[in-house]
Design a protein around this ligand. Structure first.
Ligand code: M6R
Length: 366
């Protein structure tokens, strides 16, 4: 059942090229320049006329929502807010009939997310679900939706659900951008053909597994980790830190790279590994200077860079390369080595990777 892998988590990490492909297969016709998704097409007016999009979710799904915030705002120019379902639910939020609420949930059973959906519906908002489990409670409660076709996710630590959530949300954003005319035809085509190439690039990224394992061996005994990223990759930093906490029980925090100097830099010493997502696109120079600040305080740098990177190679202790792609799509690649890093560290620390202590696959209490 684990298909020859030691753990479900590893199997699910390796399933990502296929899972992402399954998520856009039949929905995105890259050559023809078409995206069709019944749940979106049937409600297209609600989406394009939305005053704002509110995203509600928990945990890893909330991180996917944060990536989507950057993607939607950039492509569609619709204002987006991302809320923890549990906070949204209990603070008398402002919701109107002109809001579109997107609820993201792998299991489709998360109680906090369900409660947020019911509240949004009671205020007259249109609620769209992005779920993985077909026929789940959330997929039934929402007005419309789109499934991530990731296949069953057994490991408690969410992996392929995250990348397929980002895939679905990016398709929706692209569809709306095309409809609204907020991106040019040629940009639209470029995004589609780059998305088409993502499964193969995820496959390529997975080839760095052995190298990541070596890095894991070096830092497995650390007691703290920092994860830094900017823009589209800031939520990936949060997700990388969550993954490490969950399965290896090492304390980790994710930060937007530039926030370092506003506090967390005080934590840096020779014991502190810092994972920096530093793709050549998007604030690259700034991230390079963030890395220099860490180096000069003797922090250890593990950098996720784009193939062919030269400057960061010179200053980082270790680099992990991902193939070149458009900045907006980089989270689909940068996530992979962070999943592998936490996986290998957890295995080396003898942790129960698939069923970490105190955690359940779906959290059905509020
Ligand atoms: O099933 P959901 O996506 O609604 O679950 C939300 C969180 O409970 C979930 O992502 C949790 O944070 C995972 N254990 C993360 O790996």
């Amino acid at each position: 059942e684990k298909g020859g892998y030691d753990h479900f988590m590893l199997k699910e990490i390796y399933e990502q090229p296929r899972a992402i492909l399954d998520t856009f297969r039949g929905r995105m016709l890259a050559n023809e320049g078409i995206i069709r998704m019944a749940g979106v097409d049937d409600n297209i007016e609600k989406f394009v006329n939305a005053n704002r999009i509110l995203i509600v979710a928990c945990g890893t799904s909330w991180h996917a929502g944060l990536v989507a915030e950057y993607v939607f705002e950039n492509l569609t120019r619709i204002p987006v807010e991302v809320e923890y379902a549990s906070e949204f639910r209990y603070r008398n939020p402002i919701i109107t009939e002109n809001d579109v609420v997107i609820a993201i949930s792998q299991s489709g059973e998360t109680a906090d997310t369900m409660a947020a959906i019911k509240l949004a519906k009671s205020k007259g908002a249109f609620v769209f679900g992005v779920c993985n489990v077909v026929g789940s409670s959330i997929s039934r409660e929402t007005d419309a939706g789109a499934y991530t076709h990731a296949g069953p996710e057994i490991g408690v630590a969410s992996t392929k659900a995250f990348t397929t959530q980002i895939t679905v949300l990016t398709l929706i954003a692209l569809k709306l951008a095309q409809k609204k005319g907020t991106i040019s035809k040629s940009e639209f085509h470029q995004y589609l053909s780059e998305m088409d190439a993502i499964p193969a690039k995820v496959e390529k990224t997975l080839e760095s597994a052995n190298h990541v394992k070596t890095i894991a061996d070096i830092y497995k005994d650390a007691t703290n980790f920092l994860y830094l990223g900017r823009g589209y990759n800031f939520p990936v930093a949060l997700e990388g830190a969550l993954k490490l906490k969950e399965i290896s029980y090492i304390h980790a925090e994710g930060y937007p790279a530039a926030e370092m100097k506003h506090g967390p830099i005080a934590l840096i010493d020779e014991q502190m590994p810092v994972v920096v997502i530093a793709t050549r696109k998007g604030h690259y120079e700034k991230v390079v200077s963030n890395i220099q600040e860490i180096k000069s305080r003797k922090g250890k740098i593990i950098a996720v860079v784009m193939q062919g990177d030269k400057s960061i190679k010179k200053i980082a202790d270790y680099v992990i390369e991902i193939p070149e792609t458009l900045e907006l799509l980089t989270p689909l690649l940068t996530t992979i080595p962070l999943q592998l890093l936490s996986y290998y560290i957890a295995v080396m620390r003898d942790c129960n990777v698939d069923q970490p202590r105190n955690l359940a696959k779906s959290v059905t209490v509020e």
